[in-house]
Write a protein that binds this ligand. Structure first.
Ligand SMILES: NC(=O)c1ccc[n+]([C@@H]2O[C@H](COP(=O)([O-])OP(=O)(O)OC[C@H]3O[C@@H](n4cnc5c(N)ncnc54)[C@H](OP(=O)(O)O)[C@@H]3O)[C@@H](O)[C@H]2O)c1
Length: 207
C-alpha cells in the first residue's frame, strides 16, 4: 500500500516513514522544503511537495492510506494553528475522500474534547484538533484517530496502553507513537478513537 505521511519531516513523521520503509508498504513523504525531499530521496523514500497552507491536491494521487502527523507547533500563534492543524487537516480529509483513500489515520491529542477547560494558550490548538477529528468522523472515510498524551523523546519501549475512554493525563514517547501508527496502518482499526499512553502492552498485541 502507498501511505502518504503528512508531516513526514516531523519528529514522529520521520520515525513513521522509517518504519514503513522497512515494511511491505511504500511511504510517500509529504514535505515543504527542497532539502527535506532530497534527504528522503537519499534514503530511497518517495517525497512529494505539499504545504498545508496551499494547494496539496497533487500529493493524493494513487494513495491508499494517509497518516496525518503535521502540526504548526508551539512556537506559532493561533492563526497558524487554525490554518494548519484545523483547516489543513480538514482539507487533507476532503482530498483523501475525493481521491478514494481507503483509511485515514489522524494524530490528535489527549484532551482535545475539553478545549473549553484548557488554558488560554492551549485552547486554539485543542479546538483546532477537535474540529479536525470531528470532520474526519463525519467524512465517510474509514478512520483511526489516535490521541496520545504528552510526547517525550525518550527511547522506544514498544509497550504502551490504548484506551477507548479518555484516561488521566500521562506521557508517551514519540518513538512509541510512531510504532503504534505503523501498526494502525497494518491493522486498519476502522472508525475508532484511541487514547495512547506509555504502558505495558506490546505494540504488536494492541489490535
Ligand atoms: N507535543 C505534544 O505533547 C503532543 C501531544 C499530543 C499530540 N501532539 C501532536 O503530535 C503531532 C506530531 O508531533 P511531532 O512532535 O512529530 O511534531 P513536529 O516535530 O513539530 O512535526 C510537525 C510537522 O508538521 C509539519 N508542518 C508544519 N506546518 C506545515 C505546513 N504548513 N504544511 C505541511 N507540513 C507542515 C512540519 O514541517 P517542517 O518539518 O517543514 O517544519 C513538521 O514536519 C502534532 O500534530 C501534534 O499536534 C503533540
Amino acid at each position: 500500500m502507498r501511505i502518504l505521511v503528512i508531516g513526514a519531516n516531523g519528529q514522529i513523521g520521520r520515525i513513521v516513514v522509517d518504519k514503513l520503509k522497512d515494511s511491505e508498504h511504500t511511504p510517500v513523504a509529504m514535505v515543504r522544503k527542497e532539502d527535506q525531499a532530497a534527504a528522503f530521496k537519499d534514503e530511497g523514500v518517495e517525497a512529494v511537495f505539499g504545504d498545508l497552507e496551499q494547494d496539496i491536491s497533487r500529493a493524493f494521487d494513487n494513495i491508499d492510506t494517509v497518516v496525518f502527523t503535521a502540526g504548526s507547533g508551539p512556537h506559532t500563534g493561533a492563526d497558524k494553528t487554525i490554518l494548519i492543524d484545523q483547516e489543513g487537516a480538514m482539507e487533507s480529509i476532503d482530498l483523501a475522500r475525493e481521491n478514494g483513500v481507503k483509511h485515514f489515520v489522524m494524530v490528535s491529542g489527549l484532551g482535545v474534547e475539553n478545549a473549553r477547560q484548557a488554558g488560554e494558550k492551549m485552547r486554539p490548538y485543542m479546538h483546532a484538533k477537535y474540529r479536525a477529528d470531528e470532520h474526519l468522523k463525519q467524512s465517510g472515510l474509514s478512520y483511526t484517530i489516535l490521541r496520545p498524551g504528552l510526547l517525550t523523546n525518550d527511547p522506544a519501549t514498544d509497550k504502551v496502553e490504548l484506551f477507548v475512554n479518555q484516561p488521566e493525563p500521562g506521557e508517551v514517547t514519540r518513538a512509541d507513537v510512531a510504532s503504534v501508527l505503523a501498526e494502525i496502518v497494518n491493522q486498519k482499526p476502522a472508525d475508532r478513537v484511541y487514547y495512547l499512553l506509555g504502558g505495558q502492552t506490546p505494540v504488536g498485541e494492541l489490535f
